[in-house]
Design a protein around this ligand. Structure first.
Ligand SMILES: C[S@@+](CC[C@H](N)C(=O)[O-])C[C@H]1O[C@@H](n2cnc3c(N)ncnc32)[C@H](O)[C@@H]1O
Length: 282
């Protein structure tokens, strides 16, 4: 039988040889997942059971083939909460925590203790579920269309014990928007990659669903359609909050201003990129 140390070195070396970025981190995550220890290398001489060795080797092979680590593990953390992920659903990104922070800040600084919130393009549900956990009195509805993403969304609502309502529907359709009215906050991280960006995706990102990524030729299609449509579902004084891609802030700001929104303000993510906007419906 192979020892933990030997197997670890073999898997990390195989990943490095295949130019997998963060090979050491990815190997450690796979070992933790399969062996259950926080640091499996504390006992490097311990033998790895044959079945577990097979599992670790096959997960390493999947990673070498370009599959995202998060899909291989089947679960990823967002804002300290666990989210089930796999092929068909976008992996929650740390950048999106900035959007959640913006919504929480709006609620706290305006004394909105029981906000009515709609999360459009909900995907894994990372935004909707986190907001419900952090603002327990909020009434949160998640809206998602993808048949592949919806099972993850349902699982993540249950996994986190979050009482989030779910609408299976097209966020660009009038009849979906008409289902919700008098909202305090509409929040969305819609697909926002351009056609050019879609043609040049990193290997791992190319495994994520195009429907979660592509925002039309210039990446701004969803902002153009969602803003006038969902403005009607907001109460006067309600907030629209978006995440967008690097360099899109000016255009998204113009779309909001052109639709009569006020108090347009931007925030940066942890990497310093202008990443979110919030604006008020007068
Ligand atoms: C960028 S992902 C965001 C997922 C999640 N909110 C997050 O932040 O990780 C966009 C999501 O929009 C969904 N989507 C795309 N077009 C849609 C539509 N017309 N109606 C509803 N959802 C849509 C995709 O399936 C995907 O889950």
């Amino acid at each position: 039988m192979v020892s933990r140390g030997e197997l670890y070195r073999a898997c990390q070396a195989a990943m490095e040889q295949a130019d997998i970025p963060d090979a050491a981190f990815d190997t450690m995550c796979i070992f933790q997942d399969c062996l259950g220890d926080r640091n499996p290398l504390f006992s490097p001489l311990e033998a790895v059971p044959e079945e577990t060795e097979g599992l670790i080797r096959s997960m390493t092979e999947r990673r070498i083939s370009g599959e995202p680590l998060q899909y291989i593990l089947g679960e990823w953390e967002f804002y300290g909460y666990p989210f089930r992920v796999g092929a068909g659903v976008l992996i929650p990104r740390p950048d999106t925590e900035t959007l959640v922070d913006a919504v929480i800040r709006i609620c706290r600084s305006n004394g909105i203790t029981a906000p009515r919130i709609a999360d459009l393009c909900s995907g894994s549900g990372c935004i909707a579920v986190t907001l419900k956990k952090e603002l327990p009195l909020a009434d949160v509805t998640a809206v998602e269309l993808s048949e592949e993403a919806l099972p993850y969304l349902r699982q993540n609502i249950a996994l986190n014990g979050a009482d989030v309502h779910l609408i299976e529907g097209d966020v660009l359709a009038e009849d979906t928007a008409e289902k919700l009215s008098g909202l305090d906050i509409v929040v969305s991280n819609p697909p926002y990659l351009t056609a050019e960006e879609m043609a040049d995706l990193q290997t791992e990102v190319a495994r994520e669903p195009a429907m979660a990524l592509y925002g039309g030729e210039d990446g701004l299609g969803f902002y153009r359609e969602l803003t006038p449509l969902w403005k009607r579902s907001l109460k006067a004084g309600g907030w629209l909050c978006y995440e967008f891609g690097m360099g899109q802030h000016e255009e998204v700001g113009k779309i909001l201003a052109g639709n009569g929104f006020e108090n347009i303000s931007f925030t940066r993510d942890l990497g310093g990129v202008i990443r979110t906007v919030s604006a008020v419906r007068p």
